[in-house]
Design a protein around this ligand. Structure first.
Ligand code: MN
Length: 500
């Protein structure tokens, strides 16, 4: 996957000098052992390094400054093996700009009931030490994830792993650049948004480019480079007969390859992590890019159509969480409203990522009803069956909201006349509740769709970003959901004022 960040999590233990050097050495050793065991676990996606045992306000402050300045540090795990008076943490936590997880664990799993003495009691104090820490986190209104249980417990490690994936996606967004070719699809509201507010909140930049800048890159692609890419296509996909060398439409495939190489050159030279196109602004391009965004998404780029930069950025973040697997731009396209079960057919004009394909995609060419350009080449395939989710990031004017719906993707029926990649799913808790909740929440028709990203990762991600997330899942009841939306209107309006 392109430009995936190098990430590590810093494991930090709090204590104080009250205990003397002997016990502190033991606290440090135990912390090191936990960090190493977590890091070695196959459930943990990347490195956890024990950083330091902290016993004074100055040490804590310096550690937080160091974490802010370390580009590889995606976040911190904090644990209070003993008691660490939490006023010592105020200065450091005020400065800390990295996400943190509060791990409420204990070095020993079982208590040695027959031998337990006051030395043991004084060394293993997380039960109360972590409560002192939790108070100051709550008192300072700090967003964080609290994970409870023994560090060897697989369930505990899964909670940590989900947060680590969210933290890495957040790290990836900081300083990221997204290119917007042309502007928004005319008159469309939900794909618009405040790019200034977004950069302040999320840390990524979205900048517009004239499609002519892209045309220059596309025109500069060499015939030899196109030959090589066509050979790769022939190896990877089932090519429609007309698109093969000597076929009547082979020139269209060559142009599609040219588009991919031009786009790739533009994105690589500019260091972009994603992009948007719009079919209303293609001046100088012969086809709407179809197969090109599909293949670029498969390499880890975020993408969305019609100038939808928020979804492009979200797709990129979800790809980082998913290590590039099973994640695509998606659109709720049309419904199957049978009394036997309601389903959604998801697709787009062209641009669905082959990382969600159930089999080998075929390369096809068909007319496109809109845009007034030549017939575009596209990858056609059916998506996988299994648990998945849709996520949408919307700008409500005073804040951003992440809307998530857990779904069950089903085997796609045969659709011999449909010339695009497609997915079919059933919404949780049921179609009517899910769609009503989604619409009350203002969720878009564009989403990030994934089999690998979980609602837990997105909840952790929203907490790190400090934005609202609403989940539509198995337990959603519409009346409660509507009340949550009303409550959140007030909470997010007032929240800035209650932090002091
Ligand atoms: Mn669309």
């Amino acid at each position: 996957m392109i430009a995936s960040p190098v990430s590590e999590i810093w494991f930090v233990t709090g204590s104080q000098h009250l205990y003397g050097p002997g016990p502190l050495k033991q606290v440090e050793g135990n912390s090191q052992a936990i960090a190493e065991a977590l890091s070695a676990s196959r459930r943990i996606p990347y490195k956890i390094v024990f950083k330091k045992l902290l016993t004074t306000p100055d040490e804590i402050t310096q550690l937080c400054i160091d974490a802010n300045a370390a580009p590889q540090c995606a976040g911190l795990i904090l644990w209070m093996h003993t008691f660490s008076p939490s006023k010592m943490w105020i200065r450091g936590l005020t400065l800390l700009r990295k996400p943190f997880l509060h791990l409420h664990t204990q070095y020993n799993r079982d208590l040695p009931w027959a031998t337990i003495d006051m030395d043991f009691m004084n060394l293993n104090q997380a039960a109360h030490g972590d409560r002192e820490a939790g108070f100051i986190h709550t008192r300072m209104r700090l967003g964080r994830k609290v994970v409870v249980g023994h560090w060897s417990d697989p369930e505990v490690q899964d909670r940590i792993a989900a947060w680590m994936r969210a933290a890495r996606a957040w790290q990836d967004w900081q300083g990221a650049k997204f290119a917007r070719f042309g502007d928004n699809m005319r008159q469309v509201a939900v794909t618009e948004g405040d790019k200034v507010a977004s950069e302040m909140k999320f840390g990524f930049a979205v900048n517009g480019y004239g499609v002519g800048d892209l045309v220059a890159k596309v025109d500069a692609v060499s015939e030899a480079a196109i030959d090589a890419l066509i050979a790769e296509y022939a190896k990877t996909y089932a090519l429609a007969a007309a698109l093969k060398a000597g076929g009547a439409r082979h020139a269209s495939l060559r142009y599609s390859a040219r588009l991919e190489l031009g786009l790739r050159a533009f994105l690589e030279e500019g260091g972009f992590k994603g992009f948007t196109t719009t079919f209303e602004d293609l001046h100088g391009l012969t086809q709407l890019p179809g197969m090109a965004p599909q293949r670029l998404m498969a390499d880890g780029y975020g993408f969305a159509g019609e100038g939808d930069w928020k979804t492009a950025a979200l797709v990129r973040a979800m790809k980082v969480m998913a290590d590039g697997e099973g994640t695509s731009f998606m659109e709720d396209y049309t419904y199957h409203l049978s009394p036997k079960g309601h389903q959604v057919l998801g697709a787009h004009m062209l641009e669905i990522c082959p990382s969600i394909a159930a089999g080998r995609p075929s390369v096809q060419i068909h007319p496109l009803g809109i845009g007034g350009k030549a017939d575009p080449v596209r990858l056609v395939f059916e998506a996988l069956a299994g648990p998945a989710l849709n996520a949408s990031l919307v700008d409500l004017g005073n804040r951003f909201r992440l809307v998530v719906n857990e779904v069950k993707a089903v085997k796609t029926p045969k659709l011999p006349k449909l010339p695009v990649a497609r997915a079919v799913w059933e919404c949780l808790p049921d179609f009517k509740t899910a769609c009503a909740a989604w619409i009350y929440a203002g969720g878009a028709h564009h989403t990030g769709y994934s089999y690998k990203v979980t609602s837990e990762m997105l909840e952790d991600f929203a907490t790190i970003a400090g934005i609202e997330m609403v989940l539509i899942g198995a337990d959603t009841r519409l009346s409660d959901f509507k009340q949550t939306l009303r409550n959140n209107e007030v909470y997010y309006h007032l929240a800035q004022g209650i932090r002091a």
